[in-house]
Ligand binder design. Structure first.
Ligand code: G6P
Length: 619
């Protein structure tokens, strides 16, 4: 989703902005732009399309874009836009300049009352040159700035915010203050990067880590006044508020491709390491330790039910969590898509534990679902990847996945590490509740610790999947079928394929297919079926026969111990054996590789799939 960068300092501002925008490309966008003050004018250069189009446009205007180049500009802001209000076009791209040329704004989020504000400003003589909600913010701030005799930039921003309803990360320049950037934040992230005689702003850490590891995560309903050597954060009443400086220990390599063709491939290859980093430090002396989360018998005796909320891939990790917790702990669990949960009048109270799963920790639907649960008295635990993100800060407790930065829009290592956390939780809860004995507790821990080696083995055999994908990539529609845990895994496998290869796909519970959807199976339809559960493999064999009879080609993903079972499939991909409760951790990787190679064969833009965004901060 939209990305923001801002810079003040001695480096070549335009080069820093362009580099920052490039490092945010992974968020998904359809246009890009920058704004800066030079010779007493606010300049805007913006373009529909990729950052390289913007780079060309800036270059054509004669600006130096090398990082070592000379800087004749102090403050600048930049933006990558993911269209919501108004189609992708040069005019609708950010930054938006006010009519009088005084104020320029980039914005993430949605100004909900923009129609009324636009009417109000039109009456005051303002003309609009875009269809966006954001342009209203630029005009409104200019309106108040002029009302205050063009003397109070900060006051004009504060006053305009009183009129704005919605969500925003706003980054604002004023032509009369060439050495200042003001930002405002509500429900959309802003990270401040602190440097020596320079400061940075970004919507996400990868845009900053090349320059600084000292960051401040801005809080909601605050404004930031930034110069090259100072930052000041104030609340809505203009009172200065304290802030905490966090240190980010990601290395810069983590945010680069490191020789892989795509971030997605690099991130799949990082799964063994990420899984180990998430699990191993939490298992000591045959005991699972979950940091500060007090999940002993006392805590658990205060919980009657568990409620999991998340979106997209994280929701699919939640579905596996529901299955596991119910199976191992016998506590009722609901797992709901966050955007539906909010309006479902959920039955939860202080005896409910809400588990919120999110890679970014910023997904607006997930945040709102967590707040809804908190308002109803529920306890909250977040499983999050991005340290210091909003969901991580607002939950009662947080379990971090140690996946490191995930750049590819299609989530891979984040999913596997989310699974790692739900397994740790389910096993720990089960033991604390006395549902499993010491031996089973130790055995499950040992199984978890063996996963990195098994994931590495799957990666070493990825060429089998590559070969299969190169014979199937013309498929128009693919069905994933599974039962139990394999059904939840099928949901994620199908999403991954759709996201990056644009092939229509559906996930079906093996037994449900015959109740309608089997009508779509015809000669040559591809069906992919993970089959990993002893109790269910006979039933799955019947389902495979049903689709084969109707002409389907079937790929089965099975554990070694089923290799001789003689399923009626056309192809098999064999994964290492493990306790059958843990199989989704291993079946996910072949499914991700399959989606990857199908998309590569089709020539798709793997890391930046069309219409998608890495972090979705609108409802
Ligand atoms: C977007 C991404 C998905 C992701 C979902 C939830 O749709 O494209 O890959 O699963 O958001 O994101 P979160 O950061 O909350 O896990």
């Amino acid at each position: 989703m939209c990305g923001i960068v801002g810079y003040i300092g001695a480096r070549n501002t335009l080069a820093v902005l362009i580099k920052g925008l490039e490092s945010l490309e992974y968020r998904g966008y359809d246009s890009a732009g920058v704004s800066f003050i030079q010779n007493g004018n606010l300049n805007v250069i913006k373009k529909k399309g990729k950052v390289k189009e913007l780079y060309k446009a800036i270059d054509e205007q004669g600006y130096d874009l090398s990082l070592k180049g000379k800087n004749s500009i102090s403050a600048g802001i930049g933006h990558t836009r993911w269209a919501t209000h108004g189609a992708p076009s040069d005019e609708n791209s950010h930054p938006h300049l006010s009519m009088g040329g005084k104020i320029c704004v980039v914005h993430n989020g949605i100004i909900e009352n923009y129609v009324e504000l636009r009417k109000f400003l039109k009456k005051k003589g303002y003309e609009f040159s875009s269809d966006t909600d954001t342009e209203v913010a630029a005009q409104l701030i200019e309106y108040y700035y002029k009302k205050f005799d063009c003397k109070d930039f900060e006051g004009a921003v504060q006053r305009a915010l009183q009129d704005i309803v919605g969500s925003y990360a706003l980054c604002i320049l004023c032509v009369d203050y060439p050495d200042k950037i003001i930002c405002a934040k509500k429900d959309n992230p802003i990270v401040i990067g602190l440097g020596q005689n320079e400061n940075f702003i970004a919507s996400d850490i990868p845009a900053l880590i090349e320059y600084t590891r000292d960051v401040v995560f801005m809080e909601d309903n605050c404004i930031l006044i930034m110069t090259k050597d100072s930052i000041e954060i104030k609340d809505v009443h203009g009172e200065v508020v304290d802030y905490e400086v966090s240190h980010v220990d990601w290395d810069t390599d983590a945010a680069q491709k490191g020789g892989y063709a795509h971030f997605m491939m690099k991130e799949m290859f990082e799964e063994p390491k990420a899984f180990e980093a998430t699990v191993a430090p939490r298992i000591k002396d045959d005991v699972i330790w979950l940091e500060h989360f007090p999940c002993g018998r006392d805590y658990l005796s205060g919980i009657d039910k568990i409620n999991i909320v998340a979106c997209g891939t994280a929701y699919h990790a939640g579905c596996v969590g529901k299955y596991l917790i119910e199976k191992l702990c016998r506590i009722p669990v609901t797992c709901t898509v966050a955007s539906e949960f909010i309006y479902s009048d959920p039955i939860i109270d202080e005896r409910t534990l809400t588990i919120v799963i999110s890679q970014s920790g910023e997904t607006l639907d997930t945040r709102n679902a967590m707040r809804e649960a908190q308002n109803r008295g529920s306890r909250t635990l977040a499983i999050v990847n991005v340290i210091g993100s909003t969901i991580a800060r607002e939950a009662d407790y947080v379990l971090y996945t140690a996946a490191g930065p995930e750049i590819s829009v299609a989530s891979t290592k984040a999913y596997t590490t989310q699974l790692a956390c739900v397994y740790l939780l389910a096993i720990k809860f089960s033991y604390e509740l006395g549902k499993i004995d010491d031996d089973r507790y130790k055995q499950l821990q040992s199984e978890l610790l063996q996963m990195p080696e098994k994931l590495t083995k799957i990666l070493s055999e990825q060429n089998k999947i590559q070969r299969f994908a190169s014979s199937q990539f013309n498929a128009e529609s693919i069905f994933f079928i599974g039962r139990g845990l394999d059904y939840y895994l099928s949901m994620e496998a199908s999403l991954k394929l759709k996201e990056i290869s644009y092939i229509h796909s559906e996930a079906y519970a093996g037994g449900e297919l015959k109740h309608g959807t089997i009508a779509l199976i015809e000669d040559g339809t591809l069906v992919v079926s993970p089959i990993t559960q002893d109790e269910l493999c006979g039933k799955m064999e019947s389902n495979i026969k049903e689709v084969k009879t109707r002409g389907a080609t079937v790929l089965a993903i099975i554990p070694e111990r089923f290799a001789d079972k003689g399923f009626s499939c056309d192809e098999k991909f064999v994964i290492p054996d493990c306790d059958e409760l843990l199989t989704p951790i291993l079946t996910a990787l072949p499914a991700q590789l399959f989606a990857y190679y199908m998309a590569v064969n089709k020539g798709c833009d793997i890391d930046k799939p069309r219409n998608l965004a890495k972090s979705v901060t609108v409802e």
